[in-house]
Design a protein around this ligand. Sequence first.
Ligand code: SAH
Ligand code: SF4
Length: 378
Amino acid sequence: MNSKNTFSWKYEACSSEVDSQEIVNNAKNNAAKINLLNFASDDLEKFFLDLGEKSFRAPQVIKWMHQVGISDFAMMSNLSLVLRQYLAEHCEIKAPKIAKEQVASDGTRKWLLQLEDDNFIETVFIPEDSRGTLCVSSQVGCPLGCDFCATGAMGFKRNLTVAEIIGQLWLAVRQLSPDKTTRTHVVTNVVFMGMGEPLLNYDNVLGATKLMFDDNAYGLSKLKVTVSTSGLIPEMLLLKEQSEVSLAVSLHAPTDELRSRLMPINKKYPLKELITVCDDYFKDQRRYVTIEYIMLDGINDQAAHAKQLVKLLSHGRYKVNLIPGNVVAHSSLKPSSSANIDIFRQILLDAGINTITRKSRGWEISAACGQLVGADNA
Ligand code: SAH
Ligand code: SF4
C-alpha cells in the first residue's frame, strides 16, 4: 500500500503547519487520489493511525463505503468536518465504471466494466431460488492459456487492484439493491470464476476477500466465498495458511497427459502433487474442496475417465462440479452430450462422491464459464 510513506503525517498539517512540504506537494500533485476501496480493515486502520486519528475511524469508514455504499465523504456524518474535508481533498472511493449491462432471459446479468486505463473486465450475477452468486474477475485476461477458455486466448494484460476486485461487489450490490425484494436479488455468494487466475494476483485477491468477510463491509461467510484456481501449488499452500476462503480447483482431466494438453500449467504442477495438496487442504476441518471438471465431447468425458477420476479423488473430501463445456470461438472443443454427462456423474455418485452438473447460465449474453473476454461479445 502506498499509504506507508505518503501519509505518515498529520492531516491537520494541510490547513495549518506543514510537517513536510515535499509530502504535501506530492499529495497535491498526485493526480490520482488515494482510492480507499483499496484498503481492507488492517490497512485502513494503519492509514488513520498515520493521520493521527483513532483506529476506530477504519470500521466507520468501511461501513460508509461498503454497507451504506456511498462515495461522498461529506455524507459520513460521524467523522469530524476536518477529517471529511481532508478525505475529500486527498482520497476517493472509486469503483470501475459500468460500460454495459445485459440481462439474459434466465435472469443472469453481465456487466462490462471499464477500468481507469481503459481496459475492460466482466462480472456476472447469477440469481437462483435461494441465493445470488457474483462471479468476479481478478485479472485483465489470463496468462495461462487453457485450450478451452476465451479469457486465456486473449492473453494477459494486468492484475486488478483490490479496488477493482471489491469494486465489482460494491457495484453489484448497488445495482441490485433497488429490487431487493427476495434473496435472489442480493449477493449471497462470491466466486472468483470470472476473468483471470486469482492466485496469480494473490495479495489483491486476499485483500478483497478480507473485505468480503468483514462484518463492517459485506459479512459473507467463509463457505460462501470461493477462489477457483487452475492449481498453482505454492500459492495454494500460502492461501491455506492465510485464509479460510473456500477453494475450487479446475481439474478437467484425470491424467497428466490429457491435463497438460488442455491446461499448460499442468506441466509445472502435475496432478500427483496437486492432488496431494488438495487432499490435505481442509484436512482438519469438515470442509470440501470443489473440483471443477469441464465435460468436453470425446476428450475427457468417457466412463474410463470417470473411473480414473474416482481413483484420483479417493484420499480427500471432495465435491465435484461437472461443467458442460461452453463453446468458445478459438477452440474446436465441443460440449459433451447430456447422456454422457449423466453416465459420468453416476459413476462418481456410485463411488460416494457428491457430484452435481452445473447449469449453464447466461449463455445468450456470453456470460457462461470461460466466455468472458472483457468486450462486447454477446
Ligand atoms: N483461472 C481460474 C478461475 C477462472 S476460470 C480457474 O481456471 O479455475 C473459472 C472456471 O471456468 C474454471 O473452472 C474454468 O476451467 C472454467 N472454464 C473456462 N473455460 C470454460 C469453457 N469454455 N466452458 C466451461 N467452463 C470453462
Ligand atoms: Fe486462465 Fe482459468 Fe481461463 Fe485457464 S481457465 S486460461 S487459468 S482463466
